[in-house]
Design a protein around this ligand. Structure first.
Ligand code: NAD
Ligand code: LMR
Length: 329
């Protein structure tokens, strides 16, 4: 292998998602078999011993793409020179909690990490936020990293996007690979709007293929939007392997581009597109190329979709105001 290693930071590396994510990253799922990866793993001090055990397991896999691993509890050291930072570490919600309950507990983590990234990350750094409440944590990190271009920050709604594809595939009997142009709008929360009106199943409009507005409203949308809670109820802890998989999907497509004729959902800084207040980290359908994204423009939005897109924007505006009130942005 002649390529220089890509430095990838993962926070919360000893957590549930980390336990799935690190092995996928190290085995080449992100950048393929020819690009070595250097893992930079951040944890809080009490979790470092557990993280040492995970690193022993990484060693024991003898991955050909893993160039090295560094662990630590200081973001200024761990983020030094990183090209990609996957911010996963945060307290997950338990049964009965909404993601908004995590704002205060987790917000402070992202001010410190935003500042550290601003100070020491590589010039080409991309920052993907998985830790909840993901959109607003990304807003906090972005605001605390004024020297990093704001389009380098995104929050994870790819899990919702993948959940939506899977539900639509099950409903229509299509393969997941036949489903294109799924859109998740807004917040990674129960107010998100999974939209199949622009999606395609085997090249045909998905809403027309389904032809069942009651299913869309009463089944599909709530199933996708509340899937995280359903998993917490069933498993007793929040989604982990699927979240890790979506974190990789999102980062891979961001860095390597979306295929022609398709798009993905990413929560990115709103430029006002589709009437969403500027500056919110709002999930849009986007196309990506060479590490950049563009919001898909020109989609027709009917009254049903408009109301749902506005409701999730309003929740994000409330979250932004709450973290402003806490002095985090
Ligand atoms: P977990 O509790 O198993 O692991 C979190 C880890 O983060 C812990 O090891 C903890 O020590 C560490 N941590 C806490 N504060 C930290 C800090 N300041 N710096 C570095 N590490 C820190 O949780 P998990 O199940 O891995 O979930 C992690 C986060 O991802 C949660 O916020 C969860 O809600 C979120 N999540 C998001 C999505 C999504 O689609 N966006 C999906 C699933 C989970
Ligand atoms: C999920 O969507 O599975 C995660 O965001 C976990 C949660 O709190 O729902």
């Amino acid at each position: 292998m002649s390529n220089a290693p890509v430095k990838v930071a993962v926070t919360g590396a000893a957590g549930q998602i980390g336990y799935s994510l690190l092995f996928r990253l190290a085995s080449g799922s992100l950048l393929g078999p020819d690009t070595p990866i250097q893992l930079q793993l951040l944890e809080i001090t009490p979790a470092l011993k557990a993280l040492e055990g995970v690193v022993m397991e990484l060693d024991d896999c003898a991955f050909s793409t893993l160039a090295g691993v560094e662990i630590g509890d200081d973001p200024n050291t761990i983020f030094d020179g990183v090209n990609l930072a996957l911010l996963v570490g945060a307290r997950p919600r338990g049964p009965g909690m909404e993601r908004g309950d995590l704002l205060e507990a987790n917000g402070a983590i992202f001010t410190a990490q935003g500042r550290a990234l601003n100070a020491v990350a590589a010039d080409d750094v991309r920052v993907g936020v998985t830790g909840n409440p993901a959109n607003t944590n990304a807003l906090i990190a972005m605001t605390n990293a004024p020297d990093i271009p704001s389009e380098r920050f995104s929050a994870l709604t790819r899990l919702d996007h993948n959940r939506a594809i899977s539900q639509l595939a099950a409903k229509t009997g299509a393969k997941v690979t036949d489903i294109k142009k799924m859109s998740i709008w807004g917040n990674h929360s129960a107010t998100q709007y999974p939209d199949i009106f622009h999606a395609e199943v085997g090249g045909k409009n998905a809403a027309e293929v389904v032809d069942d507005q009651a299913w869309i409203e009463n089944d599909f949308i709530p199933t996708v939007a509340k899937r995280g809670a359903a998993i917490i109820d069933a498993r007793g802890s929040s989604s982990a392997a699927s979240a890790a998989s979506a974190t990789i999907d999102a980062a891979r497509d961001w860095l390597q581009g979306t295929p022609d004729g398709d798009w993905v959902s990413m929560a990115v800084k709103s430029d006002g597109s589709y009437g969403v207040p500027e500056g919110l980290i709002y999930s849009y359908p986007v196309t990506t190329k060479d590490g950049s994204w563009e919001i898909v423009q020109g989609l027709e939005i009917d009254d049903f979709s408009r109301a749902k897109m506005d409701a999730t924007a309003a929740e994000l505006a409330d979250e932004r105001d709450a973290v402003k009130g806490l002095g985090l942005i």
